[in-house]
Design a protein around this ligand. Structure first.
Ligand code: NAP
Length: 247
């Protein structure tokens, strides 16, 4: 399979180039960065692109790829409802093309979210503590937001009542930021890469589910699952977990 990487000189893109080069079933057809012509995707016969660029650049890249019937595997963040609608509309004219938007390619991170969704049904309390390097510009992390949404949905489905919390006075922020039902606490410090703990509590016991990203290479097994499976999933898929059932 011929695979091109967009954002190839970036931190994630460079890892993706290395991962594709070391996979015997994949051929790196192009490694493009800012300023390179997208026409190379067509002239090299690229079948799948991996995009690790920027939220401002990504839609133009995806539009070009989809209009040329090239499947897309996207790690670039910042996909709001508006962008997802735009993508759906592009894909509707190319029904055989697959598009995977993966907010987190870490297999452990995906499993952490799934385990949390399962646990949410059984515990009264749930809180998230996420820890990232001090250069991260957004808080909470996209993964923490997604986890909190999944926990909130699971609580709604199992008709859980409000979490117990007797706090009457608080320093602003001391109880974290709420995403759905779930307080999320963000720590930014040198020494961290990307880490998250989901803490569940009920009378007499707690359960902590923790995931640690050690380096960017840890995302690559997930990227390769995306690349190898995207053609089998025409249309839009959000979340790598949707490709992991058949593994
Ligand atoms: P980065 O180091 O800044 O890399 C982005 C690269 O894309 C840069 O080399 C940039 O060039 C290039 N670029 C910008 N516009 C482009 C375009 N139109 N065509 C081709 N290349 C273009 O960032 P990063 O840390 O690798 O992260 C990239 C994205 O992945 C971010 O959105 C980040 O949040 C996301 N991410 C996702 C996951 C996941 O698991 N889904 C994990 C980590 C990061 P210039 O430097 O010249 O602008």
């Amino acid at each position: 399979m011929k695979v091109a990487v967009l954002g190839a000189k970036g931190r994630m893109g460079a890892e993706a180039v290395a991962a594709i080069n070391s996979a015997t079933d994949l051929t790196l057809s192009a490694a493009l960065d800012l300023g390179d012509s997208l026409d190379q995707l067509v002239s090299t016969g690229t079948e799948v692109i991996v995009d690790f660029t920027t939220p401002d650049s990504v839609m133009k890249n995806l539009e070009f790829a989809i209009n040329n019937d090239i499947h897309v595997v996207v790690g670039t963040t910042g996909f709001d409802d508006k962008k997802l609608e735009q993508l759906k509309s592009l894909l509707s004219n190319h029904p055989k093309v697959g598009a995977l938007i993966a907010p987190n390619f870490g297999l452990g991170a995906v499993l952490m979210m799934q385990f949390s969704q399962t646990a949410a049904k059984y515990f009264e309390s749930a809180e998230i503590v996420e820890m990232h390097h001090a250069n991260k510009v957004d808080a909470p992390s996209g993964t923490a937001i997604r986890t909190a949404q999944m926990i909130t949905d699971a609580r709604k489905q199992s008709k859980k009542s409000a979490m117990p919390d007797a706090t009457k006075s608080e320093l602003p922020g001391a109880r974290g930021g709420k995403v759905g039902d779930v307080p999320v606490h963000s720590i930014r410090s040198h020494g961290y890469v990307a880490h998250q703990e989901v803490i569940f509590g009920d009378a007499g016991e707690t359960l902590t589910i923790r995931h640690d990203s050690i380096n960017r290479a840890g995302f690559m097994p997930g990227v390769l699952i995306g690349v190898r499976n995207v053609a089998k999933h025409p249309g839009l898929t959000v979340g790598l977990e949707n490709y992991m059932g058949g593994m």
